[in-house]
Ligand binder design. Sequence first.
Ligand code: TYM
Length: 339
Amino acid sequence: MSTTSFTPRVFSGIQPSGGLTLGNYLGAIKRFVDMQGSDFETIYCMVDLHAITVWQDPEQLVHATRELCAGFIASGIDPEQSILFNQSQVAEHTQLAWIFNCVARMGWLNRMTQFKDKAGKNRENASVGLFAYPALMAADILIYHATHVPVGEDQKQHLELTRDIAIKFNNDFGVDFFPVTEPVIEGAATRVMSLRDGSKKMSKSDPSDMSRINLTDDADAIAQKIRKAKTDPEPLPETFEGLSERPEARNLVNIYAALADTTPQAVVAEFAGQQFGQFKPRLAEVAVEKLTPISTEMSRLMADPAEIDRILATGSGRAREIAAPILKKTYEIVGMVGA
Ligand code: TYM
């Protein structure tokens, strides 16, 4: 079944496992903001239950959840217009996840590259939660009958699994109950790469802070990281195709395009023939102009944690209103006796 018979609804989530990076901002949050106020109902979640699939210090988790909420709002998510909440407060996510644990197959989860990457060599020592993670992610989405999920490229495989779970559930029980969700992976920055190595994704877990721009970085730090970003000695080419074998250069062009709301092709056309010594200061200017108001607003919001907690509590209540009847119906379909 397609998504056409469902209310157009967007769901996406971010883990509060450390700070936000430019990758999270361009690949996810900025696009969440774009979808707000469109034809979609928008639901955005701080997925704290996903974060604890690897060890999180409890105090740090509290801080990271609030900081992520501040990051959403500072970037333009309006908690009145969108539903903004943290996952653990809506128990229906984990209740549906259990059902999906019984729908998903071991073989499907065994193929997940994120599990392989995160578990590393010592798989025996990874948490059961880390392995079952994608079934919870499917539940996050399908507990709202979400039709569209904006994410970065790295989440594509998990969204394919979400579709497989929806299809298998519908087939197993002979219903048309869960939508087959559309991944929305669009724009110039669906995969922002490390500033030190163009073959690696920009990530909050990279040991080198110089590999990423954090949303909490000040103007000097942003400019310094861009100045020191790895590139090559060639000037910018005449066409975007000319960057196909130059991952670091291509990454900086993509970042510029995403920040300036233009296309990589237009950026290459503007800077064709110039050296990175000329391009990087311009990129730093755009980055500072777009990102520093966000970090300033984040610090302002973080000064009032009670207000952030209130926003999350209100969002959780609104989320539960959508999730509860969908869980109830799921239980009926599966054959659970209840009132
Ligand atoms: P997470 O927390 O790792 O990342 C949050 C979002 O940021 C995107 N992203 C990037 N995009 C471009 N370039 C990068 N370098 C980059 N790094 C991160 C991710 O693609 C993601 O969109 N499993 C998810 C969280 C999740 C979720 C969900 C997402 C849980 N349930 C339901 C959507 C729907 C994750 O670990 O994202």
